[in-house]
Design a protein around this ligand. Structure first.
Ligand code: EPU
Length: 419
């Protein structure tokens, strides 16, 4: 089993290059099933969630080539399957995007309920509701959600909760559906916009992505082309937190500063100096003490839930009491018990974590309990006294490209070992 060993206490300094966005890539790759002709997708992160979704579309008959580690060429001409393999689907949450893509492409989808990080109930009722609003018939058996889309057509969908996945799935299902679709109360995350931009660049007619209301006029076909995925907002925020937590000075390159506004605002409130450039931010925390703050996670443009664990660790390094409220997932503080092995002082009540910061974190052996929890353990280890050993790296590998190399490049003492 692989482990990461980190010797803490070194301020990070230098430059780090951010990869393409995981949550955009795992939506855009299945979207390529809707396209006639070859799609070349650039800036694809080299992570295991991408490998999993590529394996899934290959198993349906798509031809996939990787001319280099960050470029994927997909030719979906020979896709003939409409049943996703359960053992592949169990590996990741985003397998549910095969539902929307197969509805549009095949008129039929059999996809197991999704796997992925487990932090409380993760229903897909809003995804299914949107398919029904577009004329689909759905039944669920022990293994699959079975969707018949013989009567697929445009329709009106009002989402009862703001859901990234349901918004993306509805866009996928509606792109080739005859007629007009109106989606209301949509998620506005950058990866929702990126998916719509990808589909529009291939000939779709999708307007309003990035706002509450998305209007789609179904087109009869999409043509192939080349598209480059946006930078990963969450990976960028993770390195920002690592730089601030170690009281370092790091330039984070290949980002879209606008996507980081809620993060930048909170870091500035803490006293971190942020310098913004066209495609980079410099995070400087080596010259003055930082302040404790309150943070609430919310759908975009609010502070992202996926940066809640890194933020908790950053706040644990700051003297005083900080409060972090989780506003998206019911149960996303389970990782705290693992961080307690490193002497973090956090009291969790429901969706509110009270952090008593400023006492040193200590190196320990911990397990990455999920993707972003794993990232928070890496940050805790970078700040801690002594050496930390992190296992269950499969979670971190799902979403952080070459994390060890990137950390070494900014001065961390990190090594990956095979135990
Ligand atoms: N929800 C429902 N019904 C639904 C769908 C969602 O009640 O049908 C609820 C959820 O229970 C949750 C809230 O709505 O309370 C938001 O869930 P959402 O559907 O937006 O989450 P998701 O699409 O399953 C994506 C990301 C997550 C990220 C969330 C929130 C992907 C593949 N995953 O999940 O990313 O936390 O949006 O921003 O895009 C991660 O990258 O580590 C990760 C977990």
């Amino acid at each position: 089993m692989d482990k990461i060993l980190i010797k803490g206490g070194i301020p990070l300094k230098g430059e780090v290059h951010i990869s393409g966005a995981k949550n955009a890539a795992v939506a855009i790759i299945p979207a390529a099933l809707l396209v006639e002709g070859k799609c070349t997708i650039e800036n694809v992160p080299d992570i295991s969630d991408v490998d999993s979704i590529l394996a899934m579309i290959r198993s349906l008959g798509a031809r996939v080539e990787k001319p280099d580690i960050n470029t994927v060429v997909i030719d979906a001409e020979n896709v003939s399957g409409c049943t996703a393999q359960p053992e592949l689907a169990a590996k990741m949450r985003a397998s549910y995007y095969l539902m929307g893509a197969l509805i549009g492409r095949m008129g039929e989808a059999h996809v197991p309920p999704p796997g992925g990080c487990n932090f409380g109930t993760r229903p897909i009722d809003q995804h299914l509701k949107s398919f029904e609003c577009l004329g689909c018939m759905i039944d669920t058996d022990d293994t699959f959600v079975n969707i018949n889309a013989d009567d697929l057509s445009g329709g009106n969908v009002y989402f009862d909760v703001v859901s990234v996945g349901a918004t993306i799935n509805a866009i996928l299902a509606a792109t080739l559906a005859p007629g007009k679709t109106i989606l209301e109360n949509c998620a506005k995350e950058p990866h929702v916009v990126d998916l719509a931009n990808f589909l529009n660049s291939m000939g779709a007619n999708i307007k309003g992505a990035g706002t509450d209301i998305i209007k789609i006029v179904g087109v009869s076909s999409l043509r192939g082309g080349t598209y480059s995925i946006i930078p990963d907002q969450i990976e960028a925020g993770t390195y920002m937190a690592a730089a601030a937590a170690t009281r370092g000075d790091v330039i984070i390159k290949n980002i879209i500063p606008k996507h980081l506004e809620s993060i930048t605002a909170k870091f500035e409130e803490m006293g971190v100096t942020i310098e913004e450039y066209d495609e980079a931010v410099r995070v400087k925390a080596d010259d003055k003490p930082l302040k404790s703050i309150r943070v609430k996670t919310l759908p975009y443009p609010g502070f992202p839930t996926d940066l809640q664990p890194p933020m908790v660790v950053l706040l644990a390094t700051v003297s005083g009491t900080s409060v972090v409220t989780e506003g998206v997932w019911d149960s996303r503080f389970q990782y705290i018990s693992e961080l307690e092995k490193m002497d973090i002082n956090v009291d969790v009540k429901g969706t509110v974590a009270t952090i008593k910061g400023g006492t040193p974190l200590k190196g320990a052996s911990v397990s990455a309990t999920d993707l972003r929890a794993g990232a928070s353990m890496v940050i805790a280890a970078l700040c801690a006294e002594g050496t930390t050993e992190i296992d269950c790296l499969r979670h971190i590998d799902r979403g952080y490209e070459h994390i060890v190399d990137k950390l070494i490049a900014i001065g961390a003492q990190v090594e990956r070992i095979n135990d």
